[in-house]
Design a protein around this ligand. Structure first.
Ligand code: ZN
Length: 186
């Protein structure tokens, strides 16, 4: 069994402040967060890993979820620009890309199943994997969590996005103890 990329990273353990920031990012209470799978250079969460079964029992296939508002906006802009059509065409034409995307799907499932194997979502990953590109947010989240070289289409989306985890554009999330996440002094 493989372990998720965040598994050996002590900074992945979600703190109360992390959960408060994620809830502020989402505009609703964060549910079932098992790890902060990727962070902005300032430390604020950008991707959460969510339990494959939510606390209320609902199966939840989207293990890696992009929470950062500037990141989600940048990826939405790509989708609005029909970037997914190009990726889907590339998947049809490029056998190597198709193989790499299938491996990304398998890696995603292995990461999730290391937390819990949920029968209802067995073999179901996210973002259209393994054959299609349906949601760049999910694929970009996977790339941010796993690092470059695991999800080729998530990587390509991040390359083209007008946002980078290396350049903090976080707003003041206005949660207790989050002052160190602020980009500028209040
Ligand atoms: Zn930041």
């Amino acid at each position: 069994m493989t372990t998720p990329p965040f598994d050996n990273d002590p900074s992945a353990a979600p703190t109360e402040t992390d959960i408060a920031i994620v809830s502020a990012q989402l505009g609703r209470p964060a549910r079932g967060v098992v790890a902060i799978a990727a962070r902005c250079v300032c430390g604020a969460p950008t991707v959460v890993a969510t339990a494959p079964r939510l606390p209320d029992g609902t199966p939840f296939p989207t293990f890696y979820y992009l929470t950062h508002p500037a990141a989600t906006a940048a990826i939405s802009a790509l989708e609005a620009d029909h970037v997914m059509n190009g990726f889907n065409d590339a998947l049809i034409e490029d056998e190597e890309l198709r193989a790499a995307f299938a491996l990304a799907h398998a890696s995603y499932l292995a990461d999730r199943e290391s937390i819990d194997a949920v029968a209802e979502i067995e073999g179901v990953s996210a973002g259209g994997m393994p054959n299609r590109v349906k949601c760049l947010h999910a694929l970009a989240a996977h790339s941010l969590a796993a690092g470059p070289g695991v999800n080729p289409i998530g990587d390509a989306a991040l390359d083209r996005a007008e946002w980078s985890p290396k350049v903090c554009v976080c707003r003041d999330y206005d949660v207790p103890d989050a002052s160190h996440f602020r980009r500028t002094a209040p």
